[in-house]
Each structure stands twice: as structure tokens, then as C-alpha cells.
Design a protein around this ligand. Structure first.
Ligand code: 4AZ
Length: 684
């Protein structure tokens, strides 16, 4: 008893039998004797794929019970688990609720028999046989897109003419891959164009032409590729790639336009879905040689000059005028170079460049400045003078020309401008006084005033009339021709020879004869020019007075006022320290003639001017100094119209002045003839 209880607790003994043959029989254990209690037996049938299984029971006798809960046989196949069955076959299968035959389309079936621990009667179980049966896949679920051919154990898809079976062995597409176009122009269409293209196709076309050429694609207007339900290109798709460029996906009814020049290799991919719903596309392709740019270097000149250059073209490169061809590798200038259009559409010219010619630093301008941002071709240099003491004369703006010379803009003229001294500038306001009866001048009032001291001790004045010349009286040189000149000062204290303006020479008027007849004084032609050894640097304290205009030779109009200046004798001192100045009128010559010359009878001529007024006069020590009048045409300018020449011993009324206007020709001629300085380059 304890043993049977123990058995109750144990699971039924179970085993599995594998059946692999194309057919076979099997039955419950001990069949046709009664089957044992408390057991479980499974038969697993497996036939080759492509076959189904037909199972037939030839006999069944299993203890009946509600829902066959006690003993039963149960079948599992095609992923279905049939309800357990039991009962006995009485000879008429129709009366038996349990099907006699089972069919599977799969190639696998499992039959399980179970018995519980007791049988009230003896039951013999079942016997069954199975056979592998062919499955007609073509009927069950047509897996082929065109034709399905069933055979025992499988099926075979075949295609309509013009189609080939795809790799999956089921779908039919067209053979449209692997085609390579190598001609320079051609035609590519979708399969069957302009009829409907094939479904289930993956077409891949390649255009591959020689390197150095580029491909252009032209779609013809008949273009029709199926869109998906959303209008997107996912149903049938045309895509084009070339190098890094991608075009598409294209679909719909409008032919795409590709304006780009593509590389020498173009890939065309066309894939269709299962429907083949469009009439396709047609591409006419053409090609051109890859073109090199028409400009190789900036500022180049090419020979031959073409409107375009193709792969393999050669051209001679020079530089346009103003530029020079530089070989950057050898670091040298060359006249020209031969370069070639390469297959990638570039010139092999990377180591050349056209460099602008360099005019170098423009010449320095005395008393002026250069202003230049670059010294290479077409850059400008603008000269300016040190204003307001110098004024530019000539061309101010120069351009670096192709010849590597600086030339005046718009010309080929390389003549430098001049910074000409500005004459007649004075800082004096209406602050008047007298020399003899004058008052001290300030620096800048008479910046042309210089002081002369001849080597034999005569002192006098002079006037700067350019930056290198001093106008003075000839009689100062009656003794020594050598003189010391100081300029740019009003105060004589602390004058040293080092501060003097070095003198080169003195030029006396050729007709000046101090003692014409040997007895009477003669100041006729009392005019001289002193040439400085170097041009003086002009500024606020030192700048020239203007010379009269040509033709101003008439006697000066009486009553006109002018300034006289000098360090000559005043009412209170023989040698004043400060430059004195006074304003005096021009008077008629009779005023000078009528003075007391202590028995001497000096000559009076039209080459002299008489000026002064009682109480205001020049005096001993003022000789050579200027008598300046305002320029009526340029009122800010002062013009030297007289040179202090002579007068009676007793100063204080009128004095005689050399009429500068009557010596202009000699002055200009002398200054011109002797007007060059060693350190100066001669200019055209
Ligand atoms: C002189 O001997 C001199 N009053 C200069 C000017 C005058 C007289 C003499 C005019 O240098």
C-alpha cells in the first residue's frame, strides 16, 4: 500500500520516440495488450522540409473520461495543440468524435499518449501510421512573383521572359545591374522604357570615363517614377552619386535637372518596389574635358589666350605690366613659365606668382615729406612740404609705375617737386615804431632780417630772399669781401660764430663803383648778394622776404609806408642789442637831395628810393638791411623794395635806399647762375 501511494506521488514515466522516416507506424506500449497505467509516451515525427505529414489512426481504444482527463492522446502540429482525445473506435469512424486523420503543412508533428494510475477496464490504446506528403506551396501561399512550380518536397519560382529570378529565389526582376558605360556620351534608360519598368528590381548603372573629363546628365522630359501614398520617393527611387555629390531621391513626373558638371564617374541607382508602377526615365549623358580656370595667377598674361582651357592644354604664363613672375621654389624672378592643365582641373602653377614691381623708397624731398603706404606697383606717394614755410611746386602725387619708377600720376614724368620757400611771411601785427625812432622787433616779425659783419669789422643788415641768398648793400664789402651772417635772431647777445650761417661768396653788382670819380661818394648800384654755403632751414624765425615782381622799376609812390629794420644806431644807443624796426614813408628824392652831406655831393639816380620822415630813419649800422613794403596784390606778404644804402652823417630824417625793383634781373640772374649747392642733385 505504501508503495502505491508512493507511486501516486511520482510523475508518470515519460519517454520520447523520434520518428524520422518518410513514413512509419507506432502504437501505445504493449499494443494490442492493454496499455500500462501511469505513463506518458511522446512520438516526435519530423520529415524533410517541403513535406507535410499525414497521420492516420488505424485503431483507438483509450479509457473514456470527461474531457479525456484520465487517459488521452494529444496532437501538436503547425503550432496548434489539438484537444486531448479518448474513447474507443467501434468500427465506424463517423460516429467517433475523434478525427481519424490529421494533416500538417509543416514538417513536424508531436503525438503524446498519457495514462493515469488506474484503469477500471482493460484498454488496448491506439495504433497509427504516418506518411510524409508533399505540400503544394504554390497553392497554399504563392511565394513567387511570377510563376510557381510545385514539386515533391518544395517549389520553384520562374519568371516571365526578360526577367530574372532575384537572389531570394522568389521575386522576378530585370537584369539591370553592373552595366558600365565608358563612352564619352550615351543613353541610359530605366528597364523597358518608355513602357512600365519592372517591379522588384535594383538597377545599378555606372558611367566611368577617362580621368580629366567630367560628365553632364540630361533627363528627357518623359519621366515617371512611382511615388508612395504620401508623395514621397520611397516606392520607386532613382538616386545619382558622383564623388562626394549626391542627387535624389527622385520620383514623380517631373524630370530633374542637374546642372553640375559631375566627375568622371557617375553611379545611377534605381530600385523599384513590388508594383512597377511607372514608365521610368531616360538620361542622355555627355562629357567634356575638365576645364582649368582662365586665370592661372593674379595679373597673369597667358599665351595662347583662350576662352577656356581643357585638360592637357599647355600655356605660357607671363605677368602683366607692373608685375614680375616669381618662381617661389627657386626664389627667383623669371620671364615666363610653361604650365599645364591637369586632370583635376588645376594648373601645375602653384609655385609661381606675379609679384608687383617694387619702386623702392621714393626720393626724399628737401623740406618736405614722403607719404607712402607701399612702394609697389600702382601705390602712391604723396609729397608734402613743411608748411607754412615751404610750398610745393610741381607734382605732389607720384605713382609706382610698371617700369619700377616713381612718376607723377598720369604721366611718365619722374621730376620731383620742389619745396619752395614761402616769402614775405611776417608775424607782425599793427605794432609799429621807429628804428631811429623805432622799437624792438620780436622774433618772427622780420624773419628775413640777417646781420652781417665783414671781416674788416663793418656791420650791417641783409635780407634773406631765398633759403640760400641774402640781399644786401654792396658798399658793406668795400673793404673785405668776407663776412659773417647771423639770421633768425633779434637779440645780438650771445652770438657766436658757430651760430652763423656759413657764407660761400658775395656777389657785388658789376656796376657798383664806390668812388666813381675818385672824390665824390657813389652809392649807385649799391646792391650785393651773399650766397650761403648751404641752404638754411626755414622756420618761424628765419624765412625769406619776397622780391619785387618783374617790371617794378618805376619810382615808388611817395607816401607808401614800409618797414625798415636793423641793429643800427638809434637816438639812444650806437649799437642796440635788439633788432629795431620802424615804419617810414617813401618820399620824393628831393627830400634826400636837400639834406646836408657835409660838403660832399653824392649822386642821386632813379636806382634809388628816398624814404623816411623827421624822427624816423635808418642809420649807421642799418646798411644793407631791407626796406619792405606790403605786397598790394598779396597783403599778407612783404616785398623788399629798398636796401639801406646811405644818408647824411646825421640820421633822423631821410635816407637813401637802393631801388631793388631795378635790380631784379641782375638778382635773378646771379641767383640762377650761382644757385646750385654741392649736396643737391641736379634736377631736370
Ligand atoms: C650808414 O652810414 C647810413 N639815414 C645808413 C643810412 C643812413 C645814413 C647813414 C640814412 O650806414
Amino acid at each position: 500500500m505504501w508503495l502505491s501511494l508512493f507511486l501516486l506521488l511520482l510523475p508518470p514515466a515519460s519517454s520520447t520516440i523520434s520518428l524520422r522516416d518518410l513514413q512509419g507506424r507506432f502504437a501505445t506500449p504493449d499494443y494490442p495488450q492493454g496499455y500500462p497505467n501511469d505513463m506518458s509516451q511522446t512520438w516526435e515525427i519530423k520529415v524533410p522540409s517541403g513535406y507535410g505529414i499525414q497521420l492516420s489512426f488505424t485503431y483507438i481504444d483509450i479509457e473514456p473520461s470527461a474531457n479525456c482527463a484520465y487517459d488521452n492522446v494529444q496532437i501538436q502540429a503547425d503550432e496548434a495543440l489539438y484537444p486531448p482525445s479518448c474513447g474507443s473506435w467501434t468500427g465506424d469512424w463517423k460516429k467517433f468524435h475523434f478525427p481519424r486523420e490529421y494533416h500538417t503543412s509543416g514538417n513536424w508533428m508531436r503525438v503524446t499518449f498519457r495514462s493515469d494510475f488506474s484503469n477500471e477496464e482493460r484498454y488496448t490504446g491506439f495504433s497509427a501510421y504516418y506518411t510524409a506528403v508533399d505540400v503544394n506551396e504554390c497553392e497554399e501561399s504563392n511565394p513567387c512573383s511570377h510563376f510557381c512550380n510545385n514539386h515533391i518536397g518544395g517549389f520553384l519560382c520562374t519568371c516571365r521572359p526578360g526577367y530574372v529570378l532575384q537572389e531570394n529565389q522568389r521575386l522576378c526582376g530585370v537584369r539591370c545591374s553592373g552595366e558600365i558605360f565608358t563612352r564619352f556620351k550615351g543613353l541610359i534608360t530605366s528597364p523597358n522604357y518608355p513602357e512600365h519598368y519592372a517591379e522588384n528590381s535594383k538597377c545599378h548603372y555606372t558611367i566611368r570615363i577617362e580621368q580629366g573629363f567630367q560628365i553632364m546628365l540630361n533627363f528627357t522630359s518623359h519621366f515617371n517614377i512611382e511615388r508612395d501614398a504620401f508623395g514621397q520617393c520611397t516606392a520607386d527611387v532613382l538616386k545619382i552619386t558622383s564623388g562626394q555629390k549626391e542627387y535624389g531621391p527622385f520620383c514623380g513626373n517631373r524630370a530633374p535637372v542637374i546642372r553640375d558638371h559631375l566627375s568622371n564617374v557617375v553611379e545611377i541607382h534605381f530600385s523599384t518596389n513590388g508594383e512597377g508602377e511607372g514608365t521610368g526615365w531616360k538620361i542622355m549623358y555627355s562629357s567634356t574635358a575638365k576645364q582649368c580656370p582662365v586665370e592661372i595667377l593674379e595679373h597673369n598674361v597667358l599665351q595662347p589666350k583662350n576662352s577656356d582651357y581643357d585638360y592637357k592644354d599647355s600655356v605660357r604664363v607671363r605677368c602683366e605690366s607692373g608685375y614680375e613672375l616669381h618662381d617661389n621654389v627657386r626664389n627667383q624672378y623669371i620671364d615666363s613659365a610653361m604650365v599645364h592643365c591637369q586632370k583635376d582641373g588645376t594648373w601645375n602653377s602653384s609655385w609661381y606668382s606675379c609679384r608687383p614691381v617694387d619702386c623702392g623708397n621714393p626720393m626724399a624731398l628737401r623740406n618736405g615729406k614722403r607719404n607712402v603706404t607701399s612702394t609697389v606697383y600702382q601705390f602712391l606717394n604723396t609729397y608734402s612740404c613743411d608748411e607754412p614755410y615751404y610750398k610745393l611746386e610741381g607734382n605732389a602725387i607720384f605713382e609706382c609705375a610698371a617700369t619700377a619708377d616713381w612718376v607723377a600720376v598720369g604721366t611718365s614724368d619722374g621730376t620731383l617737386p620742389n619745396c619752395k620757400p614761402v616769402c614775405g611771411r611776417t608775424a607782425i601785427s599793427d605794432d609799429t615804431g621807429r628804428v631811429f625812432g623805432g622799437k624792438p622787433a620780436r622774433l618772427g616779425y622780420f624773419p628775413w632780417q640777417v646781420r652781417l659783419r665783414t671781416y674788416d669789422g663793418k656791420v650791417g643788415g641783409g635780407a634773406l630772399v631765398s633759403d640760400g641768398w641774402i640781399l644786401t648793400a654792396a658798399h658793406l664789402f668795400d673793404g673785405s669781401r668776407q663776412t659773417t651772417v647771423h639770421g633768425g635772431i633779434v637779440n645780438l647777445q650771445g652770438l657766436s660764430p658757430e651760430k652763423a650761417l656759413p657764407v660761400e661768396d658775395a656777389f657785388l653788382h658789376p656796376n657798383y663803383r664806390p668812388q666813381a670819380d675818385g672824390s665824390e661818394p657813389n652809392f649807385e648800384h649799391d646792391v650785393a648778394l651773399v650766397k650761403l654755403r648751404a641752404r638754411a632751414k626755414l622756420g618761424a624765425n628765419l624765412s625769406p622776404v619776397c622780391l619785387p615782381a618783374a617790371g617794378e622799376t618805376s619810382p615808388l609812390r611817395a607816401g607808401r609806408l614800409g618797414y625798415i629794420t636793423g641793429w643800427g644806431k638809434t637816438e639812444v644807443r650806437d649799437r642796440p642789442i635788439f633788432l629795431q624796426y620802424a615804419e617810414v614813408p617813401v618820399v620824393g628824392m628831393d627830400k634826400c637831395r636837400g639834406l646836408d652831406y657835409r660838403g660832399k655831393r653824392p649822386r642821386f639816380t632813379d636806382n634809388m628810393v628816398c624814404a623816411g620822415q623827421p624822427g624816423t630813419d635808418s642809420c649807421q649800422g642799418d646798411s644793407g638791411g631791407p626796406f619792405v613794403l606790403r605786397d598790394l596784390r598779396h597783403p599778407s606778404r612783404h616785398v623788399v623794395r629798398g636796401i639801406v644804402s646811405f644818408g647824411p652823417q646825421q640820421c633822423g630824417s631821410y635816407g637813401v635806399y637802393t631801388h631793388v625793383g631795378r635790380y631784379l634781373a641782375w638778382i635773378v640772374k646771379t641767383m640762377r647762375e650761382h644757385g646750385s649747392w654741392e649736396d643737391e642733385e641736379t634736377r631736370a
